[in-house]
Design a protein around this ligand. Structure first.
Ligand SMILES: NC(=O)c1ccc[n+]([C@@H]2O[C@H](COP(=O)([O-])OP(=O)(O)OC[C@H]3O[C@@H](n4cnc5c(N)ncnc54)[C@H](OP(=O)(O)O)[C@@H]3O)[C@@H](O)[C@H]2O)c1
Length: 255
């Protein structure tokens, strides 16, 4: 990927930060996060502080990105977070908060880019998750946000013109700040580094792939699941572990 005008959300940490690191040499990048102290600016990299969970903030993001980039070729909708929890009380705001950041922000950014570009080419890359297929116990709200992204993309792709690429990335557990933010007691297997995930994303997007599975074993698991219910088995085992954790009152944020 060279000579492109790129927006990356969630560029201050983890997968987004690695994308920025690996792409900054050959591209012009508008790097977005709420905390931008860690993002090193240069002639071709501008850091922009923005909470992407609100429509008016995304409107401003597009305005400022156009001022800096002149055009947008690739948009990485990567910002997101999880709760690891046991849901005990109905809480509208808690539910809304994660859907605003992980889902509504992505839909709105994609719709806006499509409106701006009309029939012209662009690439929109969404960091979904392996949990778009396989919801892990303790992550019911998070997994449902990632399922929503997949459902939207599967249908919305048909509204796009030739040359308008909508790519979804399905990483497995990636060693970033993600699990600390989620207050998770442990990191599930298999695991990857953010650097490996970013490398695979860049290679696959450049190769025109629509669905990107950075972990080979997860891809194999998905295929295997079509003939043998491995995900059911996974749920059975992980469900038992999760219930044991709750009984032991391990580090579950909602307890
Ligand atoms: N790590 C994993 O195991 C894993 C697996 C599958 C998918 N994913 C997905 O990968 C994406 C990146 O996660 P990560 O693992 O790199 O986690 P991370 O290290 O915690 O990074 C998350 C990034 O999103 C930004 N962000 C969060 N909320 C935001 C908001 N409201 N507005 C703007 N920026 C916001 C954070 O920056 P600020 O806090 O500075 O705003 C940070 O730059 C997420 O969508 C996540 O769901 C992660």
């Amino acid at each position: 990927m060279k000579g492109k005008n790129i927006i990356i959300t969630g560029a201050s940490s983890g997968i987004g930060y690695e994308l920025l690191k690996q792409l900054r040499k050959d591209n012009k990048i508008f790097a977005v996060a709420r905390n931008i102290e860690k993002i090193e600016e240069s002639d071709n990299v501008r850091a922009f502080s923005c909470d992407v969970s609100k429509a008016e903030n995304i409107d401003r993001l597009f305005e400022e990105a156009f001022k800096f980039l002149g055009n947008i070729d690739v948009f990485f909708a990567n910002a997101g977070f999880a709760y690891y929890e046991k849901i005990e009380n109905p809480d509208w705001e808690h539910n809304l908060k994660i859907f605003e950041t992980n889902v509504l922000s992505v839909f709105y950014s994609l719709q806006k880019l499509k409106q701006i570009k009309g029939g012209k080419e662009f690439t929109f890359v969404i960091t979904a998750s392996a949990m778009s297929y396989l919801a892990v116990p303790g992550y019911s709200l998070y997994a449902s946000t990632k399922f929503a992204l997949k459902g939207y993309a599967d249908a919305y792709r048909h509204e796009l013109e030739n040359g308008q690429n909508l790519c979804l990335v399905y990483p497995v557990a990636t060693l970033t700040e993600f699990f600390n933010t989620a207050h998770a007691s442990e990191i599930p297997w298999p695991r990857q580094t953010a650097s490996t995930v970013a490398k695979k994303i860049i290679k696959s997007v450049s190769g025109g792939k629509k669905n990107i599975y950075p972990c080979f074993f997860f891809r194999v698991g998905l295929l295997l699941n079509k003939v043998f219910p491995v995900f059911k088995l996974y749920h059975f085992i992980e469900g038992k572990k999760y219930r044991r954790k709750i009984e032991n009152k391990l580090k579950l944020s909602a307890i």
